[in-house]
Design a protein around this ligand. Structure first.
Ligand code: ATP
Ligand code: MG
Length: 407
């Protein structure tokens, strides 16, 4: 509290006022001293001259009136007069020493003017700093958030400057974030428009063929079947987009409770059983613990793992095997899903978690993906305080998920 006061603007001003008052007083005293000295010198010269004149005339009288008196007596008398002259003078100056009231008025004015002058000199630095601060505020007002007000002293003004600088940094960050979100949205809209148009164009094309041409029933059925499949793909794309935007813009609500990941993965593997047989795949699940409980939204977490298993099946069909492994290390659950076959090239591996990113080999209709699955899965894992990474090589493509236990 005391320290705060010492570094305060009030404290500094108090000192400046005291110092200015002392200096103003000294100036007034100096002025009065000079006035006194001048009047004293003038008066004493005048008195001295008067005394001298009196002494001379006395001497003249004595020498003319009394012939009996010796010259030396007269000179003695004269010297006495001269000797007493200053006394007389002092008396006179004392009586005249009460200076004219005008002098006091002038002294008062000088005191007042010099106080203001000293105070202004002392506070000049402060007022120029205030100017700097207000210039900074003007810059901020016109949207220049790169401006930084220099920090001088250690008082309220410095704290104002500090806060303004912090405000500039924060506003700039918010604006950049908004700009980022805006460009993300624009990018998303462009991608969505593009991805929606492709299946839609072919649906319209096939339906057009079916409606206009007199086609054999067999061909008609085939075209209708294609249009139907494309519609399903379109539906999935719209659903994924919907989920993705909800995650991206933080509109998802998790209802967390205790979830046993071991149990969840066994269930998912059961659900995927038809797909495994369809793609002619075998799977194994190595688990070192009977259960691994995390605090999670079971539906969302299952969806994220389902995407990883679904990908392993889709893109690892040539590898014949899929391995799942779960282990608990310290306070983390680590799940790895490994498939073989197509290796993800190095240039792609860092991008596969980005929305709409698909590696060249999967950009065909056969897999029917949208490139949003991993982006959504990553969002889900991260929102549970976890992470997902991928590596790919000749010894397989491995997706590793780490989740904190009991959070
Ligand atoms: P969907 O949105 O339907 O999941 P998708 O599977 O194409 O579509 P992601 O799951 O995001 O999209 O995967 C992105 C891309 O990463 C895939 O298109 C594929 O090229 C590659 N990829 C993902 N998982 C694997 C995997 N296990 N093995 C090889 N490549 C993979
Ligand atoms: Mg996928």
């Amino acid at each position: 509290m005391e320290d705060k006061f010492i570094h305060s603007f009030r404290y500094r001003n108090l000192w400046y006022s005291i110092l200015s008052a002392i200096l103003a007083l000294l100036t007034v005293l100096f002025f009065l001293g000079i006035v006194h000295f001048i009047s004293y010198t003038l008066l004493s010269n005048q008195e001295y001259r008067q005394a001298l004149e009196t002494a001379t005339s006395d001497y003249k009288n004595q020498t003319s009136n009394s012939s009996n008196n010796s010259v030396s007596d007269a000179i003695y008398q004269n010297s006495l007069n001269l000797k007493y002259a200053p006394d007389v003078n002092t008396k006179n100056s004392q009586s005249n020493g009460e200076l004219d009231p005008v002098v006091y008025l002038v002294a008062l004015f000088i005191g007042f003017a010099s106080f203001i002058t000293y105070f202004m000199i002392f506070t000049k630095k402060m007022s120029s700093y205030l100017k700097e601060i207000s210039k900074g505020i003007d810059e901020l007002a016109i949207g220049n958030f790169d401006v930084r007000i220099p920090l001088r002293n250690d008082d309220e003004f410095t704290r104002i400057a500090q806060n303004l600088n912090r405000m500039a940094v924060e506003i700039k960050a918010i604006m950049e974030e908004e700009r980022n979100t805006e460009s993300k949205k624009n990018e998303l809209i462009t991608n969505v428009a593009h991805d929606l148009r492709t299946p839609l164009t072919s649906i319209i094309g096939y339906l057009d063929l079916v409606s206009k041409k007199d086609l054999p029933a067999e061909i008609k059925d085939k075209y209708i079947g294609i249009a139907y499949n494309k519609s399903i793909r379109l539906e999935k794309l719209i659903e994924d987009l919907f989920s993705y935007t909800k995650f991206e813009f933080g509109e998802v609500k998790f209802y967390k409770k205790e979830v046993d990941i071991v149990k969840m993965l066994y269930q998912l593997l059961d659900e995927f059983y038809p797909s495994f047989t369809e793609y002619g795949l075998e799977y194994s699940f190595d688990v070192t613990v009977p259960s691994a409980v995390v605090s999670a939204d079971g539906d969302y977490l299952a969806r994220a793992f389902a995407n990883l298993i679904g990908n392993a099946i889709k893109y690892g069909a040539d590898g014949k095997n899929i391995n799942l492994r779960l282990e608990v290390k310290d306070t983390e659950v680590i799940v790895t899903i490994t498939n073989y076959g197509e290796v993800i090239p190095k240039k792609d591996i860092t991008h596969i978690f980005e929305k709409f990113y698909r590696v060249e080999y999967s950009r065909n209709e056969e897999h029917g993906g949208t490139g949003l699955g991993l982006a959504i899965a990553r969002n889900i894992f991260e929102m549970h305080g976890g992470q997902v990474t991928a590596r790919s090589g000749l010894d397989g493509t491995v997706f590793e998920v780490i989740l904190p236990i009991g959070q």
